[in-house]
Each structure stands twice: as structure tokens, then as C-alpha cells.
Design a protein around this ligand. Structure first.
Ligand code: SF4
Length: 79
């Protein structure tokens, strides 16, 4: 039996990058994936909570990136 290391969020192959300059604070990403995205209290600009989300959150993160009105969410799925 081989040990492949701990199974955790580090093992996922998705990397999320947000661009605060493009974010218009609409909050769609927060509604779709509240574990991954938050918003600043002052102006609603996105705060990236989890840059390497676990696999069970990938679908929600992809949807957030697709619906983001500012195109402020970039996904690197080979990371
Ligand atoms: S959906 Fe896009 S524009 Fe809206 S808060 Fe999230 S990153 Fe910002």
C-alpha cells in the first residue's frame, strides 16, 4: 500500500484569482460560493477566502466565474 499524502484542499487542481479592480461588488460569487468568496464591508469588493478550493466546490466556483458581471474571477484549473 502506498501513501499519497494527506487528502486535503492542497490536493485540488483549481486555483482561483480575483481582480479587485474589475470587481463591481455585485456579490454573485458570494451567493454561489460563500466559502470561497467574501466581500469587503466598506465597498463590497470581492475578498478571496479560499484560493485553492476543494473539489466539491469547483462547480460553484466555475459558475461564479461565469456569471461574474465584472469578469473579475479567473480560474487556473491546471494549477
Ligand atoms: S461576482 Fe464578480 S463583480 Fe460580483 S462581487 Fe464577485 S468578483 Fe465582484
Amino acid at each position: 500500500m502506498t501513501y499519497d499524502g494527506p487528502i486535503g484542499e492542497e490536493d485540488t487542481d483549481m486555483k482561483v484569482v480575483t481582480d479587485e479592480a474589475k470587481c463591481c461588488g455585485a456579490g454573485q460569487c458570494v451567493l454561489l460560493a460563500p466559502e470561497v468568496f467574501g466581500q469587503r464591508d466598506e465597498d463590497g469588493v470581492v475578498v478571496l477566502l479560499e484560493p485553492r478550493p476543494a473539489e466539491d466546490r469547483h462547480a460553484a466556483v466555475r459558475e461564479a466565474a461565469a456569471v461574474c458581471p465584472g469578469a473579475a474571477i479567473r480560474l487556473d484549473e491546471d494549477a
